[in-house]
Design a binder for this molecule. Structure first.
Ligand SMILES: *Cc1c(COP(=O)(O)O)cnc(C)c1O
Length: 383
């Protein structure tokens, strides 16, 4: 071992990132306090415009969190109870939760074993006459292969709502060479500003985005009590979901650094990749040629059935790690009656839940910490 005492390593380091931008962020927050524009107001409008510019999307509708963003998007599509919405079974629960909450029917499908993302082929196999939408999740920071997914969706006349909570800033390249940000390719994109996300607030936050004028108007109305263009006239049953002005001010500062943050994450990922190259029991994260990776998570596959033992070893050596996700959605108590659709079950999801492990990943990882983490992982396989 190069270090005798383990450095203080965290899964996500919010504190040191804050300290780097403290002056600017404190000033922005104090501005909001002094202005008393606590709801909507100039900071929210400015952040909305900045995010539209960054994503190159026509409309951003800020809201209270990423789960609300998904709910608002699905409410805007005018679906009927019982309509089927396809989701990957290997994702965070929020993706399926909003579907169930709206009395729609989540149909869970498998994912690709290399990218952990849902594919056009898996989606198409699950489409029936009742299917109205699909929610591809850009898991761990890499885009789903969106071009064939859009082709299948258009051919079957179903909506595409992208769950971009983990991949904000990632670029997807189409066959003709043009590039779009994840979340701006489908009908509606949804993102989360939960503190540990790649663009994290200091509390909750989220956004819906779309290039459709029509869907933007409806999403905006749904997020604001279903109010029409005329104040106190309500055309829809909506929700109350707003991005806090203080959070918008903080996000405005951090958005300017989002690409630099992604670069820091990629550097950490490259360090891990190199350190684990010779360990045959580990599969490193796959890189797709048509998507950049913003590494919301750095997730390894442990191929020898020793995942839980590796987890215990890391914990013992004070290296934090997480299992995203330990249980397929359809095995969660609340979702046991959900429909699962795939040839021979969902074997990839089953196997991923037993073999994935995510290592510390954030913008403040220094070489000493990375070297320590890698040494601890390596020592497990050299026993
Ligand atoms: C974080 C996350 C959400 C939910 O976002 P919140 O802001 O926590 O509501 C939804 N989907 C995925 C894939 C996420 O990672």
């Amino acid at each position: 071992m190069t270090t005798t005492l383990p450095p203080n390593i965290q899964m996500v380091d919010l504190k040191n990132q804050y300290l780097r931008f403290k002056e600017e962020i404190d000033r922005e927050v104090m501005d909001v306090l002094a202005s008393t524009a606590y709801i909507n107001g100039p900071k929210v409008q400015q952040f909305q415009a900045d995010l539209e510019e960054y994503l190159q999307v026509k409309h951003v509708i800020p809201c209270a969190n990423g789960t609300d963003a998904l709910q608002i998007a699905l409410m805007a599509l005018g679906l009927e109870p019982g309509d089927e919405v396809i989701v990957p079974a290997f994702t965070y629960v929020a993706t399926a939760e909003v579907i169930a909450l709206l009395q729609l029917k989540p149909v869970m499908v498998d994912v690709d074993p290399a990218t952990f993302n849902v594919t056009a082929e898996l989606i198409e196999q699950a489409i029936t006459r009742r299917t109205k939408a699909v929610v591809p999740v850009h898991l761990f920071g890499q885009s789903c292969d969106m071009e064939p997914i859009m082709e299948v969706a258009r051919r079957h006349g179903i909506y595409v709502v992208e769950d971009n909570a983990q991949a904000i800033g990632a670029d997807y390249t189409f066959a003709d060479g043009h590039i779009q940000k994840t979340g701006t390719i489908g009908d509606i994109g949804c993102t989360s500003f939960y503190p540990s996300k790649n663009l994290g607030a200091y509390g909750d936050g989220g956004a819906v985005y779309t290039n459709s004028e029509e869907l933007a108007v409806i999403c905006k109305s749904v997020a604001n009590h279903g109010q029409s263009a005329q104040r106190y006239y309500h055309d829809l049953v909506g929700v109350n979901s707003r991005l806090d002005a203080i959070q918008a001010a903080i996000l405005g500062v951090k958005l300017r650094h989002l690409d630099v943050f992604a670069e820091a994450r990629r550097r950490a990922a490259a360090f891990y990749d190199q350190a684990f190259a010779g360990i045959s029991e580990l599969t490193r994260p796959a890189r797709q040629s048509n998507s950049t990776h913003v590494f919301h998570q750095y997730t390894l596959l442990v191929n020898n059935g020793q995942r839980d033992a590796l987890q215990a070893h890391l914990q013992e050596k004070k290296v934090p790690c997480m299992i995203y996700y330990p249980v397929p959605l359809y095995e969660q108590k609340a979702y046991r009656s959900a429909t699962v659709r795939g040839r021979g079950g969902l074997p990839v999801t089953e196997s991923l839940c037993n073999s994935v492990i995510s290592l510390p990943m954030h913008t403040e990882l220094d070489e000493e910490s990375l070297a320590y983490i890698c040494e601890v992982v390596r020592s497990f396989f050299q026993k």
